[in-house]
Write a protein that binds this ligand. Structure first.
Ligand SMILES: Cc1ncc(COP(=O)(O)O)c(C=O)c1O
Length: 418
């Protein structure tokens, strides 16, 4: 098809690889990957699963769906295996949901760079609604209300709102009060709520309050998640969705299964073995998840500190592995370097400091704003040994390879805003 573009984060990987191939030293902060070694029992599960070479049911086999149902049930959401689908990543499940539903799609602004293109692929209009000051991952309820009213006045049909909890790109978790407010609007305007919880197990402080829309409006919420982020298994492609246990949920699930039957057929059988083990959450796996979340939090907070020291404003990160700074407070200093908007900030960081980030406008944010996303999980070192050391360290910030890249970032941002 003409005019299609590669997703900007994947395109950035290509640019970074090209520049590195000619010897440039780059700090790549533009790709949302956990960058940790595979937890050994998962690899053993995968090897054992190699014996399974038959196609299986599109929705996934019963054992893996039971494991996923248990995972949700332990999170206050009683779930049966017939409410669950597994697939090669949560991305295709999100696309499937776009295909089988109608109406306009409401997104936080900024949001993960795939939601809007997926809506467009499904022939739908996506509307970015600015996030509130408290957190990202959720449209500001007051603005969302205005947008929904305006849609009705236009004669349009609002169809779906997508929330990201915890959030990519801001690394924050929407407070319960805001989740409730958006759920109330979903009720009023009959919206399907899609709660993307792929970072659900990357909450830095386990005491942080987390409210899923499925707790509030279970009859109209589909939750998606997967193992790409929490267990750093992006390349293994394991995702799942939980549908409401009512006629709407059954209709949506059947329709997404129908899409899956024509597109991906089934989650690869060996991956179902991995997923069954992971979603049953044995103690050793929980311990690994806890260590990984602590590491993500420690490094994200360190990057947050160096950015705010340099004069940016930035919501403190509490989940996932991102920060989303805003250089508006130092706009004048940046203007002296020819940096006046999101594209020029991106280009300047790459060309002058060798720092690759994902520019805010690539995430649906205003092009005139001085914002970007940095994935701090890419700072644990390029080798498996360094990454394992970061995971095992009492204080990862004291590891020389982590310290040196943080120092480079601190010096670069201090220079940028001097
Ligand atoms: C917010 C969000 N949702 C979904 C995904 C897709 O994850 P996967 O398809 O690997 O499950 C990502 C990955 O970048 C993400 O950041």
């Amino acid at each position: 098809m003409a005019g299609r573009k590669v997703s900007p984060n994947l395109e950035l990987n290509r640019i970074v690889d090209e520049r590195r191939a000619v010897g440039e030293s780059l700090v790549h902060l533009g790709f949302g990957e956990a960058r940790l070694p595979v937890f050994a029992p998962l690899a053993r599960q995968l090897a054992a699963g190699a014996a399974y070479n038959a196609y299986g049911p599109v929705a996934g086999g019963l054992p893996v769906r039971e494991a996923v149902a248990g995972y949700f049930t332990r999170r206050r959401l009683p779930t049966g295996p017939d409410q669950v689908l597994v697939a090669p990543g949560s991305k295709p499940l999100l696309m499937g949901l776009q295909h089988v539903t109608g109406g306009e799609v409401y997104l936080p602004k900024p949001a993960w760079n795939t939601y809007a293109p997926q809506a467009a692929l499904a022939g739908k209009r996506a509307i970015g609604v600015p996030i509130p000051p408290e957190s990202g991952g959720i449209p500001d309820p007051a603005v969302l209300r205005e947008e929904l009213r305006a849609a009705r006045t236009r004669g349009a049909t609002p169809g779906m709102v997508i929330l990201t909890l915890p959030d990519n790109p801001t690394g924050t978790i929407a407070p319960a009060r805001l989740v409730r407010e958006v759920c109330a609007l979903a009720e009023e305007y009959d919206l399907l709520v899609v709660s993307d919880e792929v970072y659900r197990d990357v909450i830095h402080d386990p005491a942080t309050e987390f409210l899923s829309p499925a707790d509030v409006v279970p009859h109209r919420t589909v939750v998606t998640t997967g193992l790409s982020k929490s267990l750093a298994l992006g390349g293994w492609r394991i995702g799942c969705a939980r549908f409401p246990g009512n006629p709407l949920g059954r209709r949506l699930r059947d329709d997404v299964v129908a899409v899956g039957s024509e597109v991906w057929s089934t989650l690869a059988a060996p991956m179902q073995e991995v997923a069954e083990y992971a979603f049953s959450e044995p103690p050793e796996l929980r311990a690994w998840l806890g260590r990984a979340a602590r590491l993500h939090g420690t490094v994200a907070r360190a990057v947050h500190a160096l950015l705010t020291d340099a004069g940016a404003s930035c919501r403190p990160p509490t989940g996932a592995f991102y920060v989303y700074p805003d250089f508006e407070p130092v706009r004048d200093a940046l203007a002296r370097r020819g940096v006046t908007d999101s594209p020029s900030l991106f280009a300047h960081l790459l060309d002058e400091y060798g720092i690759a980030v994902l520019a805010g406008h690539q995430l649906g944010d205003d092009e005139g704003a001085l914002r970007f996303k940095a994935a701090t999980s890419l700072l644990y070192g390029p080798t498996r040994e360094e990454q394992q050391a970061a995971l095992d360290a009492e204080d990862p910030l004291r590891l020389p390879h982590v310290d040196s890249v943080l120092t480079r970032l601190a010096e670069s941002f201090a220079k940028l805003t001097a």
